[in-house]
Design a protein around this ligand. Structure first.
Ligand SMILES: [Fe+2]
Length: 432
């Protein structure tokens, strides 16, 4: 494909999205800041290497055995994330636009294509952990080979070509950042299955929550513009911006805490069917949910598996690793509900939400659907977002695992309602 305008091309991945908290300050678009081709080549190269190095920084504490494991079908091995993000550059940038480029290995497109039907056949998602070869070292060599080719391409491409391809490069960078978050969520799930509870980083700490101001923020009835409006980077699912009727509604300024969740548990929340959606109670019963994901009761005290290993549950910390089904049941138990994504966005634009970003993604009650007028881009990258717009729920904000510079007020994350291995939490709302 030949990318067009940045607003037309940019795309988000189901296989989305650690240790720096993210802010909502998105980076300016690489393609919109300068018309100087030398400067653009330099900026593309710098941005590319910064993101590529962050992936390797996150993988560095993990042994080849750690990088091999796939602890459930929804989670992918670290080694696969490192290779798949590399394939993305090879497939969509080098293979299409670098004259004379030779792929690193003829089988890697089959092994490391995720879900792009248009890009050809691919290995089964739930068997990624079965692939012991290439080794983690060979994947490292693959990454270095592609890195060198991309940097060479930036150096040698014409100014017109670079300008035309800058939006595609931004998609590649943001795609890799989404996988950086998944590297943390997936290895935490794997380590949580291990009875000796390994730590990714013994010095890691759960981010401190903010509590200030009134507990409830009032949004009066009004018509608001929601969705992405400017030329900064965004995925296609954030557009078109449009007007929406919001309020009157009250939204919690703070995230739901572990202490509040313990009250729900002690009140029999997990056993009271009338609090739950039918599918939710079926999932909770089948999976024997009695507490948020990764909680373990040890000698009568609750502990939680974290990136630093097993730690005591901090009552003041935001609850994390809860599914939509649990969030919805908790809201019903509280006499409240979950906000819609539009209510969340309007409140976040007003700057009134504590910890909107950087700790836990917040479930909304909004189905992941196209905005009015949404059309997926043509070509393989049109598969990035549009084909997932059914049966999933939108989460807003960002998490402790989201890379720096990857968060936006209009960002729409999405997962199935039973998923709880992401860093997902709860913010409540209610109508008077
Ligand atoms: Fe991907």
């Amino acid at each position: 494909m030949e990318p067009g305008n940045v607003n037309d091309v940019l795309l988000s991945c189901l296989e989305k999205n650690v240790t720096k908290p993210a802010s909502a300050t998105a980076e300016p678009s690489l393609s919109s800041r300068s018309s100087d081709p030398g400067n653009l080549a330099q900026r593309l190269g710098d941005a590319f290497l910064a993101v590529r190095n962050e992936t390797e920084r996150r993988a560095a504490p993990l042994s080849p055995e750690d990088q091999q494991i796939q602890s459930m079908p929804d989670a992918s091995p670290t080694k696969w994330h490192r290779a798949h993000t590399t394939w993305f550059w090879e497939q969509f940038l080098l293979g299409e636009h670098a004259v004379g480029y030779r792929p690193f290995h003829p089988d890697f497109a089959f092994l490391f294509n995720s879900y792009y039907v248009s890009a050809g056949p691919r290995h089964a998602r739930n068997h990624r952990g079965d692939i012991t070869r290439p080794s983690a070292d060979e994947v490292g060599a693959y990454r270095r080979y592609v890195d060198a080719a991309v940097v060479k391409f930036f150096r040698e491409a014409s100014a017109d070509k670079l300008r035309a391809l800058a939006p595609l490069v931004e998609v590649g960078l943001n795609h890799e950042q989404q996988h950086q978050e998944l590297m943390f969520t997936d290895i935490l799930h794997a380590f949580a299955q291990n009875p000796i509870y390994p730590s990714y980083d013994p010095d890691w700490r759960f981010p401190a929550a903010t509590r200030s101001g009134d507990d409830w923020l009032t949004l009066n009835e009004g018509i608001h513009t929601v969705g992405h409006v400017d030329d900064g980077f965004h995925f296609d699912n954030e557009k078109p911006a449009h007007r929406a009727l919001v309020g009157p509604v009250k939204i919690a300024r703070n995230l739901v805490t572990n202490a509040e969740w313990l009250d729900f548990m002690q009140d029999g929340g997990y056993r009271t069917a009338t609090l739950w959606l039918m599918d939710g109670f079926a999932a909770a019963s089948k999976e024997d949910w009695q507490a948020p994901g990764y909680w373990r009761e040890v000698d009568g005290a609750w502990q939680v598996m974290t990136l630093a290993g097993l730690k005591p549950v901090d009552p003041d910390a935001p609850v994390c690793h809860v599914s939509y089904y649990e969030a919805d049941a908790f809201a019903r138990w509280s006499g409240k509900h979950l906000p819609t994504e539009m209510e969340w966005e309007v409140a976040a634009r007003a700057g009134q939400l504590n910890d909107a970003f950087g700790i836990v993604w917040q479930w909304t009650r909004s189905s992941y659907s196209p905005y009015p007028g949404y059309r997926a881009v043509e070509g393989a990258l049109g598969e990035y977002n549009g084909k997932f717009m059914v049966n999933q729920l939108v989460l807003r904000g960002s998490s402790l695992a989201t890379p720096q510079g990857h968060s936006r007020i209009t960002y729409r994350n999405f997962f199935y309602p039973h998923h709880r291995w992401q860093f997902s939490g709860v913010r409540l709302a209610y109508y008077d």
